[in-house]
Design a protein around this ligand. Structure first.
Ligand code: BMA
Length: 392
């Protein structure tokens, strides 16, 4: 081909004649090229760190492959041991660590060195770093005392605490100083390259129940929302950009009931609920059906609002049912797009939720862990949750 002046003129005329079509094609190409990005939901904090955004996108992606299994305080202690590096009751039974690890920062508000459950905060920081380094997920709850009357615990059902908190400057300042301690701790969680470790933060949980000062009957829905938004805004202002916020109720009866304390789509990243199996107070044996119904509700809300959904706390205390894992938990969590399920802590012989080697449900737990749709540490780590999510 000879590129003569005439050739260029012809092409120019052709471009001019079809200009609109060319521009149209160009716009369409940009649109299709950006589809994978548009399809990927983002966490609510626009300033979330890259790893936090990646975790959110990967949790969404992974939920079609399986459910991550979690255990609270897994590395800190178990039945018959405490603070022994490398130990984990879950690992000793299933052969590998869980994928999700819960931690509890009650008493951090007073700058105590030990948590409400006697885990040194310095150790907790190390456990969190270990989990992150091994590709797992950390989630934190906070059984904080009452900021208006600080000697009262979470379980002191002091009415109207939130109203008093915002009416009393001294109480508000106190609460802000508690948030400062919390922010410092969250910001001190660093990976090997100095990056902030993403945390699923689950404050003011089980609010459909009435046992905490922030629970139903002790705070109005608008005040609950005010407290939540104030907390999130304050932490954002303090540049805490490594948190995904989980809204986690206790039992609820309907979608409306679940959303009663909802305080804006821009303040929640994960929707979840806590529900325990208490056969002694469940004569009609409705645990599985109740939990499954609740999972369906949060799934619907999660899909609509483009959130992650999770079964944030569960378990049967001391797990007396030998087939609890495949007979009760599995039917609840399978094929529901849940991101994770977490059982509570192995505190002592009458208060534990994961098996230990000689436990009656240990064999059943191994079966549960072998299910291809239940993800423990190894499969989870292979998914690189903190790297950019691969486009579908
Ligand atoms: C409860 C129990 C308590 C613990 C509290 C906060 O469910 O396990 O023993 O202090 O959680 O972690």
């Amino acid at each position: 081909m000879v590129f003569t002046g005439q050739w260029f003129c012809e092409k120019l005329i052709c471009f001019t004649a079809y200009r609109k079509q060319f521009i149209g094609i160009l716009i369409l190409s940009f649109f299709y090229a950006s589809l994978p990005i548009l399809a990927q939901s983002l966490p609510t904090n626009p300033k979330a760190t890259a790893e936090t955004k990646n975790l959110f996108a990967n949790l969404q992606r992974l939920s079609s492959k399986g459910v991550l299994f979690g255990h609270h305080d897994d590395l800190a202690y178990g039945i018959g041991w405490k603070d022994q590096p490398g130990r984990s009751d879950v690992k000793e039974v299933a052969g590998e660590f869980p994928a999700v690890f819960g931690w509890e920062i009650g008493k951090l508000e007073f700058n105590n060195s030990l948590s409400i459950d006697s885990v040194p905060f310095a150790k907790m920081r190390e456990y969190i770093q270990q989990v992150y380094a091994q590709g797992g997920v950390n989630t934190i709850s906070w059984h904080l005392n009452n900021p208006v009357e600080p000697s009262k615990t979470s379980w002191d059902k002091a009415d109207s605490t939130v109203v008093k908190l915002f009416a009393d400057k001294k109480a508000r300042k106190r609460y802000e100083s508690w948030l400062d301690n919390m922010a410092d701790f969250m910001k001190s969680l660093k990976g090997s390259k100095g990056e902030a470790i993403p945390i699923i933060f689950r404050p003011y949980h089980e609010h459909t129940g009435g046992w905490f000062w922030w629970g139903r009957g002790h705070v109005s829905p608008p005040d609950y929302g005010k407290l939540w938004r104030f907390t999130v805004d304050y932490l954002r202002k303090k540049k805490v950009n490594n948190l995904l916020y989980a809204y986690s109720t206790d039992k609820f009866t309907s979608r409306e009931d679940y959303l009663q304390n909802w305080h804006g789509d821009d303040y929640v990243d994960i929707v979840g609920f806590d529900l325990y199996h208490r056969p002694e107070s469940d004569p009609y044996n409705t645990f599985v059906a109740d939990a499954r119904r609740m999972v369906e509700t949060i799934k619907q809300i999660g899909q609509e609002k483009r959130k992650v959904w999770a079964f944030t706390e569960t378990g049967q205390e001391a797990v007396p049912f030998a087939n609890w894992w495949t007979g009760f938990l599995l039917p609840i969590i399978q094929d529901a797009g849940l991101s994770y399920v977490m059982v509570w802590r192995n505190a002592r012989l009458n208060h534990f939720y994961a098996p230990y080697p000689e436990h009656v449900s240990a064999n059943n737990f191994k079966l549960f862990a072998a299910n291809p749709k239940v993800l423990f540490q190894i499969k989870t780590a292979a998914e690189n949750l903190y790297a950019p999510a691969p486009a579908n």
